[in-house]
Design a protein around this ligand. Structure first.
Ligand SMILES: NC(=O)c1ccc[n+]([C@@H]2O[C@H](COP(=O)([O-])OP(=O)(O)OC[C@H]3O[C@@H](n4cnc5c(N)ncnc54)[C@H](O)[C@@H]3O)[C@@H](O)[C@H]2O)c1
Length: 286
């Protein structure tokens, strides 16, 4: 297959734009796609602001900043992704949505192009099966925020080919990441362990065992975690947390993963965490 030079990214939210930044910093050209031009433009403006801050702090030179931003092309036309050598999907955590995106990408991308998903929990085997290239479908699960976090969890679907695995592993490493390999079961490794802890923290709040700061301080200072589970849930996005828990619950068929009713209420109210300006904590304007 052709060398990977241009990455296509589907979804310019917190993960898609962060993955795009890491890729552009590693020298790749990036086509950033989202459903409307204003959404993509806003993501590129945010990236620009972030780069300016890095330049002001002396972490990037003016020339590097310009070069990185110059590698981005934002679009609301999915057909533009035909120029990509590998595509990473980072749209919301919804199986029906991702299924339809993978079906569309399968018709747009060249046949040899790998279609990776940044999904936190959805089956890559199922996503692969809706395409004509299941051997080229794989999970490339970056952590949040992608620019800071070192790990990429690679998830191999039942039909994912060995070549696909090697290409994605090499790509993640060129992006400066450390990889682990997980089998394709709901939540893979990281979220299978992390989300039950976050859910239990929400249950502790729901049942009045402790307040938000008590629970977070308890886990930070008592178990040496860099942030408390409720603050982490706000960072991840409460809609994403709920979607992952639903997948764990249904995918593994065990009630120990049932999402806390308080989490459902927060999502129903639109309190989605940092990105909405309100979750378990208040962040002012979104
Ligand atoms: N938030 C996290 O901590 C985290 C960590 C690892 C992986 N993930 C996964 O990454 C993915 C994205 O999560 P996020 O936190 O960036 O969400 P987000 O809500 O910040 O961004 C999602 C983006 O997808 C766009 N979108 C919606 N429908 C689309 C479509 N049909 N085609 C293309 N784009 C579309 C939205 O406009 C939005 O910009 C999810 O699968 C999530 O599970 C999230």
């Amino acid at each position: 297959m052709k060398d990977v030079r241009t990455l296509g990214i589907v979804g310019s939210g917190q993960m898609g734009s962060g993955i795009g930044q890491v890729a552009a910093q590693a020298g790749y050209s990036v086509i950033l796609y989202d459903i409307t031009q204003p959404i993509v433009d806003r993501a590129i403006e945010n990236l620009h602001r972030g780069m300016v801050r890095l330049t002001e702090r002396g972490k990037l030179s003016e020339e590097e900043q310009q070069a990185i931003l110059g590698r981005f092309r934002g679009t609301a036309n999915m057909n533009d992704l035909r120029d990509a050598d590998l595509i990473i999907e980072a749209a919301p955590e919804d199986y029906e949505l991702k299924k339809s995106i993978f079906q569309q990408l399968d018709t747009i991308a060249r046949p040899e192009v790998i279609l990776a998903s940044n999904t936190s929990s959805i089956s890559l085997t199922q996503l692969g099966a809706v395409t004509k290239r299941p051997e080229k479908v794989i999970g490339m699960h970056f952590m949040n925020p992608p620019v800071v976090m070192q790990l990429v969890e690679i998830v191999r679907g039942l039909a994912t080919g060995e070549d696909t695995l090697q290409v994605v592993d090499a790509l993640a490493k060129k992006m400066g990441k450390i990889t682990i390999l997980a089998k394709d079961y709901a939540g893979f490794i990281v979220n299978r362990i992390l989300l039950p802890m976050i859910n239990e923290a929400i249950y502790a709040l729901y049942e009045g065992v402790g307040g938000v700061t008590d629970i977070d301080q308890g886990m930070k200072l008592g178990t040496n975690q860099p942030m408390g589970p409720l603050a982490l849930a706000d960072l991840i996005g409460l809609d994403t947390c709920l979607a992952v828990l639903e997948r764990l619950h249904h995918g593994l068929g065990d009630d120990k993963y049932r999402p806390c009713p308080l989490l459902r209420n927060y999502v129903a109210a639109g309190y989605l965490g940092r990105k909405a300006g309100k979750g378990f904590y208040d962040y002012g304007k979104a």
